[in-house]
Design a protein around this ligand. Structure first.
Ligand code: CMC
Length: 434
């Protein structure tokens, strides 16, 4: 782990007759940043950067992402290796502890996850009070926030119990997600079973019924395991920034993660996996009229975008998308599933990649473009896709929250603005207003 390095070089900022020297910082992989932390104090100016397109909000040693080369690494390990060779819980451990677990450490972690799998029985009544068509993302966010009331040990010294709390959250989020699904279809809840793996346990809670026992298939477990790993962290994306933002005010871990879940829900972020399937279905039912959807996506007066394409950081193929696309055919074959949406997706990608509009803007398929095809094949309903993303992203969120709280440089997140409203006005009492 390398600390952020202050180079002896400076950038010069000239404002009128004054020249200011701004230190240049360098990260472990050569990423460069201009340190403007004294800018306001020294110059009276803020910077203007809508959507933080050009701003690093923190330094972090968790995930490295190179958007031009399509590189993604967790704690220095290539995503390709982790997705191929690891269990999701090994990757969760890696993110949390900056070390792949040895056998003993993995067993300890597994034992904690098993110990924490049950939900407090009183919490189960909460599920009765959501309407049957409630979004599972809203339920997830509420229930995760509520965990704080039942397991308040984070209160006194949030970092003291972080390992237990992290394990508790990583274990219980599966139970919450599966219970919300069971409630939505009116089926009896299926409790967690410690003889099953992390993913196997979730799948069993989702699909087992008293009349048709579910058989956990290794291929399905492997597919889910891979998808969770691919979603486990992605540096300072929208939901992770939300987690850090809430945590920066001293907010507890559960509240911070709940905020992350809400940020993830949006269709420009994690909600894109659901939006992709809706878009592919629409194209399919429209007689594969690709031209119509491509034209809509290019039309600046139409808010429609091609879901699953484009990324703030990747200007090439998203490496997660490459792995998922490759896995799609294999998984569908093994499960003997034929999904017409896979052909629609492949054709759409082919068209997009030969179209100047998308080429000139570096718009490639992202992680969400093919993931839904796999979720469908393993039986996950479309409205649960973003919940699956949240299950995967959770260890990343927790690791980022922990890193932020341990970092003495952390400040409450409080950006500035450029005010564009009314100038000062004279107040008129109610009777005198026009
Ligand atoms: N379809 C059509 N045009 C697009 C798309 C798209 N999917 N994405 C970007 N563009 C255009 C955009 O209109 C703009 O064009 P112009 O330069 O003419 O104004 C240009 O490309 C740059 O787009 P931007 O909105 O400035 O880029 P951004 O970095 O702010 O947004 C994004 C990134 C992911 C929100 C965006 O690409 C998008 O809306 N994609 C579709 C939603 C999606 O798939 N989201 C999942 C992202 S990956 C997983 C995750 O983070 O959750």
């Amino acid at each position: 782990m390398t600390d952020i390095v202050k180079k002896n070089t400076h950038a010069q900022l000239i404002i009128g007759d004054n020249t200011y020297e701004l230190p240049i910082l360098k990260g472990a992989e050569g990423d460069k940043a201009i340190d403007i932390s004294r800018l306001l104090k020294d110059t009276g100016f803020t910077t203007y950067d809508v959507g933080s397109k050009n701003s690093a909000s923190c330094s972090s040693s968790i995930t490295y992402l190179n958007g031009d080369k399509g590189i993604l690494r967790y704690r220095g390990y290539d995503i390709e290796d982790l997705a191929e060779k690891c269990l999701f819980i090994e990757v969760a451990y890696l993110l949390l502890h900056n070390k792949l677990p040895n056998r003993e450490e993995l067993e300890e972690f597994r034992t904690l996850l098993e110990e924490y799998a049950l939900l407090h029985e009183d919490m189960i009544h909460f599920f009765d009070h959501f309407p049957p068509n409630a979004s599972p993302m809203s339920i997830l966010s509420v229930m995760v926030n509520t965990l704080h009331n039942y397991y308040p040990e984070m209160g006194d010294d949030p970092l003291l119990n972080i390992n237990n709390t992290a394990s508790r959250l990583i274990s219980k989020i599966r139970t919450i997600a599966a219970f919300s699904y069971k409630k939505s279809i009116g089926h009896p809840l299926v409790y967690p079973r410690n003889d099953l793996s992390y993913c196997g346990n979730f799948l069993n809670m989702m699909f087992d019924t008293p009349v048709r026992p579910y058989t956990v298939q290794p291929e399905v477990v492997a597919a889910m395991n891979k998808l969770l790993i691919l979603h486990a962290d992605h540096e300072q994306n929208c939901s992770t920034s939300a987690v850090r933002l809430v945590g920066s005010s001293g907010g507890n871990l559960y509240a911070s993660i709940s905020a992350g879940i809400n940020a993830l829900w949006g269709p420009l972020h994690g909600g894109a996996n659901e939006a992709v399937i809706q878009m592919l279905e629409a194209i399919y039912h429209d007689g594969a009229d690709y031209k119509k959807y491509i034209a809509k996506a290019k039309d600046k007066n139409d808010p429609f975008r091609l879901s699953g394409f484009g990324h703030r950081v990747y200007k090439t193929y998203d490496p997660r998308g490459t792995i998922i696309k490759k896995a799609c055919d294999g998984i569908l074959n093994v499960l003997n599933v034929s999904d017409p949406l896979l052909e629609i997706a492949k054709t759409l990608e082919e068209i997009v990649r030969n179209d100047d509009y998308f080429i000139n803007r570096n718009l490639y398929p992202n992680v969400d473009f093919y993931s839904g095809i796999i979720y469908r094949a393993i039986g996950i309903p479309t409205n649960m896709f973003t919940v699956m993303f949240a299950l995967g992203r959770l260890p990343g969120w927790i690791s980022q929250w922990k890193e932020m709280r341990e970092d003495p440089a952390t400040k409450i997140h409080r950006p500035r603005q450029v005010y564009t409203g009314e100038p000062a006005r004279i107040f008129a009492p109610l009777g005198e207003r026009l």
